[in-house]
Design a protein around this ligand. Sequence first.
Ligand SMILES: Cc1ncc(COP(=O)(O)O)c(C=O)c1O
Length: 366
Amino acid sequence: MTRRPSPRRSPIAVTMPFRPPLEEYVAYLEKVWASGIMTHHGPLVQELESGIAKALKVRDVACLVNGTLAIQLALRALRLKGEVITTPFSYAATPAAIAYEGLKPVFADIDPETLNIDPARIEGKITERTCAIVPVHVFSCPCDTDRIQEIADRHGIKVVYDAAHAFAVDWKGRSVMSYGDVSAFSLHATKLINCGEGGGCVGRDPEVMARIRRLRFFGHDEDKRVVDEGTNAKMHELTAALGLVNLKYLGKVLENRRRKYGLYQELLKGTPSLRFQRFAPKSYNYSYMPVIFETHELMRRAERAMSRQEVFARRYFHPSLNLTKPYFQPGLPVSESIAERVLCLPLYDALPEADIERICSIIRKI
Ligand SMILES: Cc1ncc(COP(=O)(O)O)c(C=O)c1O
């Protein structure tokens, strides 16, 4: 009997941007063509800012060109100088944004279960030069905001959350973005709600938010005088148009991701060599599918077995940032160990459930 070759499968990437029906985006582009306004805080950027504020139930949102500049402008608006305590288990954007503002990132180790900065490790890193803490809600799991705020208040320092992953997450009855002095979010193509590239800030002090708005537009005030050392971090209308269409799908995207995450959990549950990030189920947006293997060797075997079948999981975050050349501060054992054992599995809106079943069976076999 001759065996038929199995049909060729397409490679599975770790992520894929959500794309709404094209005609809905085109309808927004028609508005841009009609108005002739491409940028400078045009009507669609304003509409996106109020749409996000409504969706997150926060008062004030300033949209920006990306999430990295959102962290930078938040730090600059708070007029910080000196050292900033942050997590080594993040994307390079976090310490890069701190360093670009002339500040020194100082890493404190993480909690092995939530993967977020461990408040118990923060205090030991505080010196007379410390001006702020920049925690990250890793993979959208909220940080221990109460303990972090308590430490910040006791030392008179600021808190800027890197909320790049944490769009649409509620925490203790309100948006996770309403904690700290400012939260910086990302609308990058890989994020829950995307604009291609984009981001923004949510803040509680109107003065600070007004300063962020000046800084994004070369330091101009409302009368166009140059009153601040600003930069160009303006979101433009074509980007805002995509954000506005995608925002309409927020509920659907969230629910779909939650279901897919649940399927992974169900199929991998009981696999002895693997565990999940610990989080409160109602305070998570399921934008990533991180799994932590018992050993580096098992993680590599799983990664290789998947890539032989053109399934491309990602070692996110690896390496622990304290072991990278620009930010070298060795000696953070929890983050260093997790970074050697973590893999983010494919998870995105259009990922078929049959692919999740196939991925889980590859992992279970190793
Ligand atoms: C934790 C974290 N912080 C900041 C950023 C930067 O966001 P953006 O790509 O919008 O500049 C990212 C981006 O992926 C991120 O993962």
